[in-house]
Design a binder for this molecule. Structure first.
Ligand SMILES: [Zn+2]
Length: 336
């Protein structure tokens, strides 16, 4: 049965298609003359068990080659077209504007470039729904500042009617206490900006409890909530959707093995789960890979997958998500 897939948690830089990765690296003179495209890709694709901090190091290379408006626009366009080809019909892409500001591009211009790419793709994909999330960055690893994070919230408000659908807090969750970001979420509330929060990925269940206390209706990963039954219950009681990425959690050592991932336990306890790639380019996977993996290791049925997508569509921040909700509701009813 075909049904529209909903992916809400995908970092644009970590999702860069290989063709663009090699093209930009060659243009920037990073690839040795005698090295093939395949060898260059193999050198940089994550295999297994990198720490979250090491993942951030690979991320630095990706953000390094995405420092022009032309490339950000092209990446957004190509990525949405690729996602469509893989069966995704509702996509929220995220990136951190402050990671792309330099001498010739402001945070504002970076957002405009991404929105141009989105607009161009959407003109060619009439049955696709998409939105852009702007990531605030955790202050660890020198990836962000409070000032830039605050400005990120303002940019999300500024481009609310042009394709930006919310904000996120990303980066190394273990680097600083998550509570210190509370004023930013209050600011987002004041400006009417939606937000999701990376919490309980590498950090403890108490970080998930914090995200819930901020009124977050979506949480990036949140898998460590499994360590505290009360937090799991709060997720259920507050109708919070977890944006889960099984392969990413394994590669970044947030779980010891694929089989020990709590996706099935959380789902069976009534937590709404959304299935994502997180950083597909970096990890050499696509969304179908995640569905196959979850089906194989955790026995998710087609009906459960459809329901997961329906929860995801309902919790999407895209204003025009209605038509996707409608077709998923129909698919759910028809699926035995
Ligand atoms: Zn993420």
């Amino acid at each position: 049965m075909t049904y529209p897939k909903v992916e809400l948690h995908c970092h644009m830089d970590g999702a860069i298609p290989y063709r663009l990765f090699v093209k930009y690296c060659r243009e920037d003179g990073m690839v040795p003359q005698d090295m093939s495209d395949e060898d260059w890709i193999r050198k940089h694709v994550m295999t297994e068990t990198m720490t979250l901090s090491e993942c951030m190091g690979e991320f630095a290379i990706l953000t390094g080659i995405l420092q022009s408006e032309e490339r950000l626009e092209e990446l957004t366009y190509e990525l949405l077209k690729d996602m469509y080809a893989y069966g995704t019909r509702l996509a929220e892409l995220r990136f951190s504007p402050q990671s792309h500001q330099n001498d010739h591009m402001t945070m504002d211009q970076a957002v405009q470039a991404v929105l141009r790419g989105r607009k161009k793709a959407m003109a060619e994909l009439p049955d696709m729904v998409s939105g852009i999330l702007l990531c605030m960055m955790n202050l660890g690893l020198n990836l962000g500042t409070m000032e830039n994070n605050k400005y990120t919230v303002e940019l999300a408000a500024k481009y609310k009617n042009d394709g930006v659908v919310g904000i996120d807090l990303a980066g190394d969750e273990t680097a600083t206490p998550i509570e210190s970001y509370a004023p930013l979420f209050q600011y987002a509330k004041d400006l009417g900006v939606n937000y999701t929060i990376h919490a309980g990925e590498a950090g403890p269940a108490s970080n998930v409890a914090f995200a819930i206390s901020q009124g977050g209706k979506r949480i990036g990963h949140g898998i460590h909530s499994i360590e505290d039954e009360k937090v799991v219950q709060r997720l259920v009681d507050n109708n919070v959707l977890l944006e889960v990425s099984v392969t990413s959690n394994y590669f970044s050592r947030c779980v010891d093995s694929i089989d020990s991932h709590p996706i099935r336990k959380l789902w069976d306890k009534g937590v709404m789960i959304n299935i994502n790639t997180d950083d597909p380019g970096l990890m050499g996977i696509d969304l179908q890979h995640e569905y196959d993996l979850i089906q194989k290791h955790f026995g998710f049925t087609e009906k459960e997958f459809i329901l997961s997508n329906l929860y995801s569509a309902r919790n999407s921040f895209c204003p025009d998500r209605g038509k996707i909700i409608e077709s998923l509701t129909k698919a759910f009813r028809e699926c035995q």
